[in-house]
Design a protein around this ligand. Sequence first.
Ligand SMILES: Nc1ncnc2c1ncn2[C@@H]1O[C@H](COP(=O)(O)OP(=O)(O)OP(=O)(O)O)[C@@H](O)[C@H]1O
Length: 595
Amino acid sequence: MGRHLWRLVPFARPYTKRILTGLATNAMARLFDLLPLVLVGQVVDLITPGANGLALAATEPHLFWVYGLAVLGGFLGLALCQSASDYALDSMAQMVRHDIRGRLYEHIQRLDVAFFEERQTGDIMSVVSSDVDTLENFFADVSTSIVRLVITFTGTYAVLFWLDWRLALLLLAPLPFAVAAVRFFAKRVQPRYRQARRAVAAINSIIENNLQGIGVIQAYTAEGPQAERVLAQSAEYRDAAIHAAAERARFLPIIYVLAGLSFGTLIALGGWLTFTDQGPSVGDFTSFILLAMRLVLPLFVFGMLINQIQRSEAAAQRIMELLDTEPAIRDRLDAKPLAGRPSCVEFRDVRFDYKGREQIINGVGFALGTGRLIGVVGPTGAGKSTLVKLLLRYYEPDSGQILVDGLPLTGLALESFRRYVGYVSQDPFLFFGPVLDNIRLGSPEASDEDVRRAAEVAGADEFIQGLPQGYQTLVGERGLKLSGGQRQRISLARAILRDPAILLLDEATASVDTRTEEIIQRNMDRLRAGRMILAVAHRLSTVRNADEILVLVDGLVVERGRHEELVRKGGVYAGLWSVQSGEGAPVVQATEQEA
Ligand SMILES: Nc1ncnc2c1ncn2[C@@H]1O[C@H](COP(=O)(O)OP(=O)(O)OP(=O)(O)O)[C@@H](O)[C@H]1O
């Protein structure tokens, strides 16, 4: 067993009693299993004529009944012990699997956004599902098989030594060769399993990604090349598995030949010893042969076990890797919870680059207090969404500070801060389930009436009432499809319901029509009281009423002020405004002039 599997032992510890019961009953089952083989020998002796030419059965015929009942007792014992053992160990494995999966999911949920940007969803999925399943198999089957193997082996050998120690020693002779063969086999197969596991993860990743974008694949008739990508990965798995099978095919004959050699010698030598009265009785020799046959199976099981243990080790390694991944964004040891509802947020000369990218946010500063709305506008790729994500603490600034009520955001307990934040992302996400649950995501205690009011403010109530089952309509993946604007409004209602102190809107109304936006705008003006709003917008009318508008270009605030001031100034904002309000030159002309 490798070191990764050992690290999973703590998951089994709470079930020690169940494991011990399972192992003990399994041990007893093995002994009951061997009992009939010994009894067969006794019956053979019972009917074999002795030195006086008479079989014992002639004088004690009732012994047939005794042996018959003893065999029946053996089977009954086997039945009871085996099923008790199976139940104890199987249920333990299910519990361990449940715990590992739960722990993994909880852990993954805490990992930061940057982690999910780097790892593919399918890859993570294959750890949570198939790797965890492999371990269930390990805890249920492999652990039982190990016990079965050890007990059958030691139990059988003990009886064999008792029957005839010379023949027993003879049987032991090929064991070192068998162990060497198993080890050799294991070493060669392990890399193949690792390769196969990697290939499975890659296949899952591609398929999951492609299914999400199936519409794009079909629109661009890219089915052929995409199928080839999947096939190429699948071929890697196939080849690794075939290689492993080839190794197994080479290993099996070695074991058979070794078993054949020792059996052949046993039959020849044992038969001769029995015949010449120098060895065991005919009955004992019969038992001996039957028991010895039982030893071959464990040898094969041993090979398969090594196989399974290696697979489990590879799965455990991937699970432990995930569990060992610490979120980059997490509470510091001395993190303080936010004392209460925050009333001001400040960016001080904040600079930030994504990994491998430069000059994303280049020294941004602003202060936002309760009751105020700051609008952020600027060309695409200027860093507007990044500003919002920094305030959400998806990422931390490389330099400069973000202060909440004068305290650095990085020093706050994450949860105590985020519970005061409402966030509507550029591409709002709806989970599969009723509209109601989607809005209630961050406020599980909210009443249906609260949800409806939030939806009203977000301009969503009317259309939700018109859905087939109103607030109970299933949406999200495989639910009813909604338009971009409808999804945005549900997402906005979700943020509003939270009654956040800080409302972050990233193009929150970009997909709704102007009339609906006007309604939402009016509601927002009411909402502004008692909270801070940071709103990113391309459509300038959205932030027209902002207390301050930041014009962001290449991660720098190049202009700031109220709408009227900026228009008067005649700079970047004024240029954008004149185009959007239709006062300036049409876009096409402008492009031609630039050209
Ligand atoms: N997760 C990321 N990793 C690396 N680079 C990123 C990441 N997200 C955004 N970027 C890059 O950072 C820059 C700023 O992106 P951001 O999303 O903040 O722009 P934006 O102003 O919101 O643009 P838009 O108006 O198009 O939404 C872009 O050049 C973008 O390519």
